[in-house]
Write a protein that binds this ligand. Structure first.
Ligand SMILES: C[S@@+](CC[C@H](N)C(=O)[O-])C[C@H]1O[C@@H](n2cnc3c(N)ncnc32)[C@H](O)[C@@H]1O
Length: 397
């Protein structure tokens, strides 16, 4: 045991005092904060280097000398840190509202904070950052918005060298571009500028295996069209697999997404793609890339009737847009649509029928059209993935 000085601080002032102590390099990084026996205070360990006379701002707090509690080798569970800061009672009171889940995008962590616990934003931020010492920046996710489907992300904690900044973080301090490794490929993204979700990794692996099946069916490398490509994650594995793909079309309405896509393609494709995004154009004989409205693609002559696989990832609009996109597929040979759609649970059958109607004639070999519920989007809506195999048996090559 290590007898040391602690500040005895009322539970609701712990976060403020931690900030003060950290600003003055007085906080012990190796020892835990723990509850006083009265349940109303916490004991915050002081660094051994802290002077005998503490800054006047801390005058109001009692100094106690008790055994310190070390963190141990790991950085602990975030719940332990949170419990130390807010107390068991608050943890129980707010139950399921605490953000037990989070998403890692490179060295960025993203959390959703429910209204019910929003007054503990700083405590949540401190606890998550302390439990995950490799995280550089913590963003609060306030939901997806606008045409570009970008998440409204607000920085709530930043680590700079060993310093932890919680709360007000000036925009110019933050670099929100991150590199994510997925299935061995590096993907550049910036979730504050373009849509990106690590949760779609399993989906992308399934898409790759569908691309392989299509390649087998056609007996030649396939032509892939991704008109809502974002930063291009669906293409990462498909484009890099030897002899899987011949031609690629990748477009998005968001120029920032295309800017990062070009960076990604440079790495995955090993070619000199332009530095800056421009309107959709043929960049190489087998690569068409750029900013475009997907609803206008079919009217471009070299675009229609030209592709074997169509990726449609704009789930809230897929069914409305599908009739206009279908002409992109080559109707003389079997082809595949890989899509995502948000629908009410009660509309699943009807949606399958609509897809069948839009995509017919369907390929005779199962599964033709198959739709799977992936997760709840809201209490009534479901996020689903589907595959539709088009073409007649005679169109098999
Ligand atoms: C759900 S995100 C999917 C992005 C990417 N496919 C992925 O999986 O990460 C949908 C994308 O569609 C783009 N988008 C929205 N409307 C569009 C349109 N009319 N034409 C082209 N792209 C559009 C958005 O900018 C966004 O990047």
């Amino acid at each position: 045991m290590n007898v040391m000085r602690h500040l005895r601080v009322p539970n609701n002032s712990v976060q403020d005092v931690i900030v003060l102590l950290k600003d003055n390099a007085l906080h012990s990084e190796t020892m835990r904060i723990f509850p006083d026996s009265d349940g109303k205070h916490r004991l915050i360990p002081l660094s051994e280097q802290a002077p005998d006379t503490l800054p006047a701002l801390l005058d109001g707090y009692q100094l106690v000398i008790v055994d310190g509690v070390p963190y141990g080798d790991d950085s602990g569970d975030w719940w332990e840190h949170l419990r130390e800061l807010v107390g068991e009672e608050s943890i129980t009171l707010h139950g399921e509202s605490w953000p037990s889940n989070h998403e890692f995008i490179g060295d960025m962590m993203i959390v959703r904070i429910e209204e019910d616990v929003s007054q503990y934003r700083n405590e949540i931020a401190y606890s998550k950052m302390t439990a995950h010492p490799r995280v550089r920046i913590l963003m609060e996710d306030r939901g997806v918005q606008g045409e570009f489907r970008i998440r409204d992300l607000v920085p709530i904690a930043l680590r700079e060298d060993d310093e932890l900044i919680i709360g007000d973080i000036s925009e110019d301090k933050i670099d929100t571009r991150v590199m994510v490794r997925e299935s061995g490929k590096m993907i550049l993204c910036d979730p504050t500028k373009a849509y990106f979700s690590t949760k779609l990794q399993a989906e992308r692996i399934e898409t790759l295996s569908m691309a392989r099946r299509l390649r087998e069916l056609l007996g030649r490398p396939i032509r892939v069209c991704d008109p809502f490509c974002g930063v291009g994650p669906a293409l990462a594995n498909i484009i890099t697999e030897e002899s899987l793909v011949s031609d690629v079309m990748a477009a998005d309405l968001n120029p920032d997404a295309i800017s990062m896509l070009l960076d990604n393609l440079r790495r995955w494709d090993g070619r000199k793609y332009p530095e800056t995004p421009s309107a959709i154009q043929r960049i190489f004989p087998d690569r068409i890339v750029g900013v475009a409205d997907a609803t206008e693609l079919s009217s471009i002559a070299e675009m229609s009737n030209s592709w074997d696989m169509l990726v449609v990832n704009l789930p809230h609009k897929t069914i409305d847009l599908l009739p206009g996109l279908i002409h992109l597929l080559d109707n003389e040979s079997p082809s595949l649509i890989r899509g995502r759609v948000i629908i009410a649970e009660s509309d699943i059958e009807e949606t399958i029928n609509k897809i069948v109607e839009i995509t017919s004639p369907l390929h005779p070999h199962p599964p033709s059209v198959s739709l799977k519920v992936k997760r709840d989007y809201s209490s009534t809506l479901r996020l689903c993935s589907f595959e539709a195999w088009l073409g007649t048996a005679e169109s098999d090559e």
